[in-house]
Design a protein around this ligand. Sequence first.
Ligand code: 26W
Length: 819
Amino acid sequence: LALGPVVSPPHTVEGFVKEFLHELNYGQGVALSRSSVNDQYLASARAVRSYLMAQWLETQRRQRETQAKSVAYLSAEYLLGRQFDNALLATGLTDTVEKGLAACGIDIDVVRAQEIEPGLGNGGLGRLAACFVDSLASMNVSAIGYGIRYEFGIFRQTFVDGRQVEQPDTWLDLGSPWEVAHPENSVQVGFGGRTETYTDDDGVERTRWIPDSNVKGIPHNYLVPGYQNGRVNTLRLWSAVATQSFDLAIFNSGDYTAAVRAQTFAENISKVLYPEDSTPQGRELRLQQQYFFVACSISDFLNYVLPADFDITKLPERIIFQLNDTHPVIAIPELMRVLVDDRGMAWDEAWAITQQCFAYTCHTLLPEALEVWPTELLGKLLPRHLEIIYRINDEFLAEVRKTFPGDELKARNMSIIAEYPERSVRMAYLATVAGAKVNGVAELHSQLLRDKVLPDFSAMWPEKFTNVTNGVTPRRFIKLANPLLSTLITDTIGVGWLNDLERLRELEPYAEDPEFRASFREVKAANKVRLRALLEQRDGLVLPEDAMLDVMVKRLHEYKRQLLKVLHIVALYDLVVSGQAKIEDITPRTFVFGAKAAPGYRMAKEIIHLINRVAETVNNDPRVDGRLAVAFPPNYNVTLAETLIPAADLSEQISLAGKEASGTGNMKFALNGALTIGTDDGANVEIRQLVGDDNFFLFGLSEPQVEELQAKGYRPSAFYESNESLRRAIDLIASGAFTGGDREAVGPIVGDLLYNDRFMVLADYQSYIEAQERVDERYADPDAWSRSAILNVARSGFFSSDRAMTDYMDRIWHVSPRR
Ligand code: 26W
């Protein structure tokens, strides 16, 4: 018997069909003639996965051989989107599989549609992590992603009477063909208990942690294929199960039923993704999730990924752990604990190593989004980690006092431990103290991070701070999402742009070419047809034909200002119904919203309700005659984004300046030829600089102007009183015109706008309306619009996540792609 290397099945239609039938018959245990769509999907997916396996094994073999420095991306969220087409693209099997399935009498589109996307993230941060692992593999970088395999991902959103109702996301119910579980490589993680000191055999005083319970982490490997480059990296997601001895005390007492109950307690840890994406709830279970996955990941890396004889003092030469926001920051004291308590390393040496092994990315500017953990909770759950944090803080504060002698206020402000309103650990400070680098996610955000969020730290360690502007993967968000545009691009500039996105610049001259413009418009029109079909079939929504498609998709949050968009729609509606404007003079527009609200975020849910009510009223008013329409398909997710974004004409990026860290949807729209109407916020700033002022509709206060207005005292009612159009729009909402006469239903929103308006919707209203008028003017000239849209595509290559990875490699990780 010749035992050679693992080889892939042949890349032929016959090769695929054989593999597919094998999976169907022997994996699913059904005959083709009796197979369900789900059987066919699972078998196709497993067959496609087979093609990646040999490359995955080879990638690992090479890594063991070279022992090159790797990146471990630690993220509590990965918003992956569907895997099937991405795997086909990476392997170059799209046509082969389509033909193979057709030969079996199966329509590949039906199979595709069967996949439920793994929604293991909330929004921007989770989707960014998914783009980053894609780019790392596609750029041939040795990297591993670590996270949590939530049994329930982000909730499925439904609307009942226009109000959001959440349903559990049962994505695992029909099987998960993309993962490979390895129970034999499980890791045990402790919780609770106490610490004790003892003297070791060499007479040295040491500390050990004696947990009072433990859970087992089971790794599930997801294959992360590079784009047609032979590399397949790993995304390792952990699920929690009880150990035999979950709670030692209960087991010893012989209380069998209590012991079984404890099992469910352990398994709760990876049960559900927390759907809050800005205000941490400070829940014990969330801290358990965070510690669980980083403890599993560090143990996995040190004990399974590294060779058994690895010299642990060389750890920084072999790994950098990138912390995706503060969620995994408990990894810092965990590595210290492992090095000092388990491996017997001296504190100072362990600290020097730890400081080189972590870097921290901040994704927010909202103070309420910065995680803090009460020391009481942390000490109860992780007593040893709290001790370690205290010692890190003591030594850090000694350094602060040396740097700023006599400035006790400085020490208090910079302390990792906050004393008010309750004693707690500031996770961002811990990450900044321990991390080799701290980065923001767009130029403006990184600047504000230095100046406003962590000013004392950036004064103390200016070289620690850097920027890496976010990016998105062009494989998913151009090639897969917009095949027609991709073909047009390739026909125009040739192949190779998909992993060298700056090459889109070569399209610039074609902005002046009437023929190219016409083709470009045809692509957009075809994408709109595709979207209409999807929304009709998915949600029973029938969109008007031939209207400007004006899209705002992102989480629902007051700072993102969906309400500003609503006011614009209401103002246009008012113009029509009050007779101030003739309907023929209004540019036909279809407004599309997509947004989930955190289930406990009252105001966000009220705004969703208002949007649905406005939609109902506008869509059914005969005076509007379908020239204005509002669509709010429920359950916006990655899959819907892939059809929606390529169809959009106008991208709404209208957060209050200084509040959106970066935004990444903004990049996806620009790359797909939508024009942006936006504030000077997050990465909008860089988009505008690159595409040019002429091709971007800027409006609103700048961040310094926001500060200034705040400082001199912001009175929203002053804007209401002095602006007629604004007043009429708010009055119309307040009158109950959209809520069947119910004024109470809109009370909280109207009251907040007039008397609080934390995000200055009213202050930016006039400027927004004027910018929208400029949008209409441009849109009236199809050639001028197409020219701008083409230039948006041509000049947005910078926003590839491949470029972001290059920046991380150069500025933070100090690793390079393999040859
Ligand atoms: C509940 C605690 C919590 C707090 C913040 C959970 C999740 C968050 C995330 C940081 C929210 C998030 O997704 N932030 C977004 O990150 C994107 C990627 O960098 C940016 O583009 C967005 O501007 C930022 O809002």
